[in-house]
Design a protein around this ligand. Structure first.
Ligand SMILES: Cc1ncc(COP(=O)(O)O)c(C=O)c1O
Ligand SMILES: N[C@@H](CCOP(=O)(O)O)C(=O)O
Length: 467
C-alpha cells in the first residue's frame, strides 16, 4: 500500500512513512494510491467481530503488512481495553430511525480517543524499531490536544507540543491538557483562533530545515493514520444496522472534516452509505459550500460547540482531490487560490458530485441549546457538538424512510458543562477519575501567533527532553 500527496510533488510513502511524516512536504495530504474495496461477502465476514479486532482488520487494509494484522490486533485490544463501555463505541437508539454512535467512552471523553489511543502504541512500535524519536506538533480546538496528550504522555519516543487558541476551549478541555505535567508534554496557548494554531503547525511543516531538525510528526487528522483509525467505527455501526444488506446514513458534527472524511472513506471502500450529513455551528463554510458552492473563508467565531470553531477544514483537501478526479496539480492550484484569495473555486461538476453525497446543515447557539433540551426531554443527554449532529439528522433525513441515520456522538456532555446546564439546568458530572480536575495544577505557556516564537519554543522543549 502506497500513499501519494494530494498535491502530487512529495515522494510517495508506505504506511509507516506516512505515519511519521504527517503532512506531505509539498503541503498536501497523503491519501492511498488505490482504495481497498470490499465485496458484500467480505463486509458480512466482519459481522460479530469485537471492536478492536474489527479495527485491526480494517487498519491492516491500509498498512500493507507493515505492521500486519497479527501485530495490530493485540495492540488495538490493549488500546481499547480501558474504554468505559464494553462495546467501545456503542449504538444508542434515540428514536425509530436515529441512533447515536457514542464515540466518547475513551479516557478524554471525545471521539479523538478512538484513534489516538491506538496511535500512541503505533508510534512506539514504529519508532522503537527504527531507533528514532520525533517531535509531535499539534493544533487543537480542545479535544485532539487532550486525547493526544493522554495517549502520548511519558512515552520515550515522542515529545509533544500542543497549540490551543487561548480562551476558546471549554475549561474542562483546557485543564485536561494543561494539568498533564509529564516532561515530554508542553502546551501553548496561542493568541488567536484554532485556524491560527493549525496554520502555525502547517507552517512548521513547511519550514524544511526546522522540520528535519525536529523530526516533526503530526497527530491531527492531516495524518492519514488518524483517518484510517476512524473508519472502523463507521463500519461497526453500519454492520450492526444491517449493512451491507441495508443502506445507512451518517450525520457528523464537523469542523476539520476528518471524521466525516473517514465515513466517506468507508463509503469509498464499498460500505453502502446513502448519505453523509455534515453538521456545522455558526462557522458554516461547509454548509455554504454544499448549498451554493460558496467556499468563502470568514473569521472564526466562538460558539457553544468550540471544537467545531473552524473555517479551514484541512481534510476537505482530501475530498477535493477525489472530486477533481485525483488531479494533483488542479488540487494544489485550488488550495493555493483558497489561501491567497480566501475563496475556493470548485468546478460545478465537482460541486454537484459532492452535493449528491453530502448535505450541509448549520445550527447556531440558540438552536444548539434547544436541541440539547429536546434530547434531554427524551431522556438523552448530549453535548453541544452531538446536538448539531442530531439536529442535522432531523432536518435533512434521506428520503427513503427505511434508511437509519447514525449520528456521531463526538463528546461526553461533561466536557461542556456550561452549555449543558444552560440547556437543561442539570450538571453533567465528570467521571470519578477526573473529579479533581479543577484542583490539579496547570502548566502552559502563552505566545502570539508568531512562527518564530513558536518554533523557538518547540526547539527548547525538544532539546530539553533530549538532554
Ligand atoms: C467534539 C467534537 N465534535 C466534532 C468535531 C469535528 O470533527 P472534525 O474536525 O473531524 O470535523 C470535533 C473536532 O474535531 C470535536 O472535538
Ligand atoms: N476539533 C479538533 C480540531 C482538530 O481536529 P483534528 O481532527 O484535525 O485533529 C480538536 O478538538 O482539536
Amino acid at each position: 500500500m502506497r500513499y501519494i500527496s494530494t498535491r502530487g510533488e512529495a515522494p510517495p510513502r508506505d504506511f509507516e512513512g506516512v505515519l511519521l511524516a504527517g503532512l506531505a512536504e509539498d503541503g498536501g495530504l497523503f491519501v492511498p494510491e488505490t482504495w481497498p474495496v470490499l465485496t458484500s461477502a467480505e463486509w458480512r465476514g466482519l459481522r460479530g467481530l469485537p471492536y478492536p479486532d474489527l479495527a485491526a482488520r480494517i487498519l491492516a487494509l491500509f498498512t500493507g503488512g507493515q505492521p500486519d494484522e497479527a501485530t495490530l490486533r493485540p495492540m488495538l485490544r490493549q488500546a481499547y481495553a480501558g474504554f468505559g463501555h464494553p462495546a467501545v463505541a456503542p449504538l444508542v437508539q434515540l428514536d425509530t430511525r436515529v441512533f447515536a454512535l457514542e464515540l466518547f467512552h475513551g479516557p478524554t471523553l471525545a471521539f479523538k480517543d478512538m484513534a489516538m489511543q491506538a496511535l500512541g502504541p503505533l508510534f512506539d512500535h514504529v519508532l522503537a524499531r527504527r531507533g528514532q524519536r520525533v517531535t509531535i506538533v499539534g493544533a487543537t480546538s480542545g479535544d485532539t490536544g487532550s486525547a493526544a496528550i493522554e495517549a502520548l504522555r511519558d512515552r520515550a519516543t515522542v515529545d509533544v507540543v500542543i497549540l490551543h487558541p487561548e480562551g476558546r476551549t471549554s475549561p474542562v478541555q483546557r485543564r485536561q491538557m494543561t494539568t498533564v505535567l509529564a516532561p515530554n508534554i508542553a502546551n501553548l496557548a496561542i493568541d488567536g483562533s484554532f485556524d491560527d494554531c493549525q496554520d502555525l503547525v502547517k507552517a512548521m511543516f513547511a519550514d524544511a530545515p526546522f522540520r528535519a531538525e525536529m523530526q516533526l510528526s503530526a497527530v491531527n487528522s492531516i495524518n492519514w493514520a488518524r483517518i484510517a483509525l476512524q473508519i472502523p467505527y463507521y463500519v461497526a455501526a453500519a454492520l450492526a444496522l444491517g449493512a451491507p444488506d441495508r443502506e445507512v446514513a451518517f450525520s457528523v458534527p464537523t469542523g476539520n472534516f476528518g471524521n466525516v472524511l473517514a465515513a466517506w472513506a468507508a463509503r469509498r471502500m464499498g460500505l453502502p452509505i446513502a448519505q453523509l450529513l455534515i453538521g456545522s455551528n455558526r462557522n458554516d463554510i461547509l454548509t455554504r459550500f454544499l448549498s451554493a458552492n460558496d467556499m468563502t473563508m470568514r473569521a472564526v467565531e466562538p460558539s457553544l460547540s468550540p471544537s467545531m470553531d473552524i473555517q479551514v477544514s484541512s481534510n476537505f483537501e482530501r475530498l477535493l482531490f477525489e472530486l477533481l478526479g485525483r488531479d494533483a496539480p488542479a488540487t494544489a492550484q485550488t488550495m493555493r487560490r483558497f489561501r491567497a484569495e480566501g475563496r475556493m473555486p470548485v468546478p460545478d461538476e465537482a460541486w454537484h458530485s459532492a452535493a449528491r453525497i453530502f448535505r450541509g446543515f448549520t445550527l447556531g447557539d440558540e438552536g444548539i441549546l434547544a436541541e440539547i433540551a429536546r434530547l434531554h426531554g427524551q431522556g438523552y443527554l448530549a453535548d453541544p457538538h452531538t446536538a448539531v449532529g442530531t439536529a442535522a439528522a432531523l432536518a435533512s433525513p434521506p428520503a427513503d424512510p427505511s434508511i437509519p441515520i447514525v449520528v456521531a456522538a463526538t463528546a461526553h456532555p461533561a466536557k461542556f458543562p456550561e452549555a449543558v446546564r444552560q440547556a437543561t439546568g442539570i450538571e453533567a458530572p465528570l467521571p470519578p477519575r477526573l473529579a479533581d480536575l479543577y484542583e490539579r495544577p496547570e502548566r502552559f505557556s502563552r505566545l502570539p501567533a508568531d512562527l518564530d516564537a513558536v518554533e523557538a519554543f518547540v526547539r527548547r522543549h525538544a532539546l530539553r527532553n533530549a538532554a
